[in-house]
Design a binder for this molecule. Sequence first.
Ligand code: GLN
Length: 545
Amino acid sequence: MQKKIKLTNSYESKHSSKREKDLFYSLCDKNPNQIKTKDFKNALLKSGLKSNDNRLYDLFQKLDSLGDEIYFKDFIKIISSSELLVEKALRGELALPDFSDFSKSVDEMYDDVIKNKSGELASYIPPLAKVDPNQFGISIVTIDGQIYQRGDCKVDFSLQSMCKPFNYCFALEKFGLELVHKHVGQEPSGRQFNDLTLLTRSLVGKSNKKLTRIPFNPMINAGAIMTAGLINSDDTYEKRLNFVKKQYGKLIGWSANSKFDSKFPRFNKDVAREENFTGYNNLAIGYLLMATGNLPGKKNKLKKDLNTNKNEFDFYIEPTVVDALKLYFSICSLEMTATEVAMAAATLANNGVCPVSQSRVLNQKTVRDCLPILQSSGMYDASGAFFQEVGLPAKSGVGGGVFLVVPQLMGICIFSPRLDEQGNSVRGIEIAKRITSKYLVHIFDGAMTNADRVDPRIPISKWRANSCGEAIWAASIGDIRTLERLASEQKDLSIGNSDMRTPLHLAAAEGQLKVVQFLLEQGVKPVPDRWGGYGYFDAKNNNHK
Ligand code: GLN
């Protein structure tokens, strides 16, 4: 039986505004009094929002309980719980306004890049050496919670080094920038991720100048073991790991009663055990951090418990080193899906607020402090070249994941386990490069325009209209400078408006002789407008000789 929501007239008149009516009419087909439930659902899903999005869950439930048609009074009641989001979705005002076009382009990239089978699996531990090398997934989450998924997006994979920026954020939240950076630097290392070299820094103290040695940055192993060592260091291992898992849970929009896909982060003990068995290099780093005074030792605290009286020599193993490594290995061994990692990246893109839970997980300042380090050091010793070409903060892990942050727009995660020499996912890098070559998302694209690249934040129709509108307007008032700029930006100066009136028509109609000459010199060919008229007739009709 159909449930009907009862609404009084006063409710309707008090609450319904022109905005709601406009939204309703935008969905009407022939009958202006009702809309089809199916059309409403499809419009929301086409915008990239999902039916299990917590913000829309009630709305979709209500839609399912209604019949095939919805009347206006029901419509306003249904959308009341998430009106702003619905309004943005129906008006094409979400972060990616042309979500379907965008999805199609990424689908094409996926279909092309899947052919690339180069690279090798990480082989230093058996669990990573035996994953299916052909897996490939791309997931993109915008700051408004639109979600694109393709391929192996729901497969669990090992976070590995992708955990490093988040651990850094947790340490920053607890201790602040200054204190954290007494233990770890902010400089690119230019070395492999597991290198033992430390950065030498001189500290000018009260009386003398002292040299200290710290890891280059939090994105290489030495720096990440250091930041792991800082996270709630007075707690037990269990409590620390649980704290980290909970934080990751918040980053990906998990909560006990959430309807959304995110699950609580999974800890793969086998991976952690293998990291421990083979991680001699990391053990060496741990002791190096101890020797350089970066990890605070516990020996003095524990002295009374140490067995110093007996005849035997009890070898002392520094618990701080063990604790830092145990936590580091465990966090590297957390598993998530590409969609969950893309959500965590979208939380960074959204200044620390998770797009689907709308909860603040990290302070804005923490995110702003983290992204530049990701940008300069996130892709190991390929960070410089990667940033130059792709222009986005990104982090990879030897589990085959790469995530990218497009600030104020979206988080992207690519999972494909074959790696290049630097330990970065081959297909991950390839997709990242293609995204920047198609879209104006490189951080330094700001002042640059290019005829074949589009800004995904702007609807394509508006993007085209903007440049053709500007050229037409400049041509009609004789503004050659603007036209020169548009030409140098490789904008097409022969594009017309909806009546196919081009800059050449307008320049001729207004008697802007210099502009006409300029356009012809640029190779613009006279074309007829909607009525078959050429610029020449415009000039004649307006008595311009
Ligand atoms: N667990 C790995 C290590 O510490 C992580 C390295 C990586 O993803 N680059 O060696």
